[in-house]
Ligand binder design. Structure first.
Ligand code: GTR
Length: 428
């Protein structure tokens, strides 16, 4: 990889200890690999706790999957896939809630298969062009916003409520199941708003209601909890390899996929597509959506105190390279798109760069110059600038990144990189 000379933006300097919170509060020195790995296990728990306390809210304990009921099963995709729909009932201290899980598996395979598991925006029926799926009634709202001229600030003018009954196949481009099963993987998806409606106010009871209004977690955390319950259900399917489930998501649902994988070590890996602010992108990187803006437009996504850091990002006790790192020693792939300035591709790549030494200590290919020492998260050499990879290329292996030419979407080209990533990390 080509290394530039110093950049002006201090965050662009790889491993600048002064500008980003450290991956280690106290890096272990002189330890054996096993002692070091143990120290990381403790540290990653601290990081997950800090991310919960600062960004997403703390996920309440005491709930789980009560049952998974098969409601339909048929051949699909021209006979190349087996399609199943399950109704999941989840429970918490205050009751139960149900949502549907759609699963496509490669037809006729012997043995359990690895599966991508991700939430969708508009209902399971929107993810496939083939009819016959149940349609739920969950709603979401989209904010109508006014952008501050030339700045990163926004003001909410109105909120428009959208029904979930999107046409069959309207999001099929985002979920290329035919290609996924052809490569030997399964694809599981559930509708985010059926888990918890994507609206700041007047939400129908979802998984949040299982724990009560004072539980203090945000809706991204509730979606992440739903992903873990979907994984509980996949564990019950004998033809799914539950040790090879990769959490995946686009945009707000990429934030949820990362947060789910950070908390739930059963996910073998996470894939984030254009997840941006409070996803893969660094809060401290001055680009794209600001913390002030996201807290104004989507107050329901996070813990309410996150907005206290608006304009004071430098004081945040955490940043998102720690979210990526907290998934280690498991694997992470981050995807950005050139025209998706709102998600801040450079800020996303820098989060990858700033977590890479940690992944390297666990055996990932180096993204940075210099020797990796276990436990080190600061580059020993002079700060360097690492250019964002060219569009169309992927860098790294167990921690990897690609930039697609184009806009804020998740498309076949992204999936080609996700599938290559899965092959890399799952092939012995
Ligand atoms: C935007 C939001 C982003 C991103 C996106 C999406 O409006 O500002 O953080 O999550 O929505 O989910 O499509």
């Amino acid at each position: 990889m080509v290394i530039d000379t110093l950049a002006e933006d201090p965050l662009d300097l790889a491993y600048s200890r002064s500008t980003l919170p450290s991956l280690w509060s106290d890096a272990p020195t002189g330890s054996t690999a096993e002692q070091w790995a143990q120290a990381w296990r403790r540290r990653r728990t601290q990081l997950v706790d800090a991310l919960g306390a600062t960004v997403y809210g703390v996920t309440p304990a005491g709930g789980g999957l009560r049952s998974s009921t098969l409601i339909s099963e048929c051949a699909a995709l021209g006979g190349t896939a087996l399609r199943r729909e399950y109704e999941l009932t989840v429970e918490g201290p205050r009751g139960t809630h149900t949502f549907d899980l759609l699963l496509h598996l490669p037809a006729g395979v012997r043995g359990p298969v690895p599966v991508f598991l991700g939430l969708n925006f508009n209902g399971n029926q929107a993810t496939t062009s083939e009819p016959g799926l149940r349609v739920d009634t969950a709603r979401r709202s989209e904010a109508v916003v006014e952008h501050e001229p030339g700045g990163r600030g926004v003001r909410v003018i109105d909120r428009v409520v959208l029904d979930a009954n999107a046409p069959i196949g309207s999001d099929a481009e985002m979920w290329p199941a035919r290609e996924i099963v052809k490569r030997g993987y399964g694809l599981a998806t559930a509708h985010n708003s059926q888990i918890e409606e994507d609206r700041p106010f007047d939400r129908a009871p979802g998984v949040g209601s299982l724990f009560g209004d004072d539980a203090g977690w945000g809706v991204v955390g509730m979606w992440a909890w739903g992903l873990s319950r979907a994984l509980d259900a996949l564990e019950l399917a004998p033809d799914v390899d539950a040790h090879a489930v990769i959490g995946v998501g686009h945009s707000r649902l990429g934030k949820a996929a990362l947060w789910a994988a950070a908390q739930d070590e059963r996910f073998v890996a996470a894939v984030s597509n254009d997840s941006g602010c409070a996803g893969a992108s660094l809060f401290r990187h001055p680009g794209g959506e600001s913390l002030a803006s996201i807290a104004e437009v989507f107050p329901h996504w996070f813990i309410s105190t996150l907005r206290d850091y608006a304009g004071r990002e430098a004081e945040l006790p955490v940043d998102q390279h720690q979210l990526l790192a907290s998934i280690a020693p498991r694997a992470v792939h981050v995807a950005s798109a050139t025209e998706d300035r709102w998600a801040d591709p450079r800020g996303e790549f820098l989060a990858v760069v700033h977590s890479s030494r940690l992944f390297q200590s666990f055996g990932a290919r180096a993204l940075l110059p210099g020797d990796a020492s276990p436990g080190m998260d600061v580059c020993p050499s002079t700060a360097v600038r690492i250019p964002t990879p060219d569009p169309g290329t992927s860098v790294g292996d167990r921690l990897s990144y690609h930039l697609r030419a184009g806009s804020h979407r998740m498309v076949a080209e992204d999936w080609a990189h996700f599938l290559d990533f899965a092959d890399r990390i799952l092939t012995p």
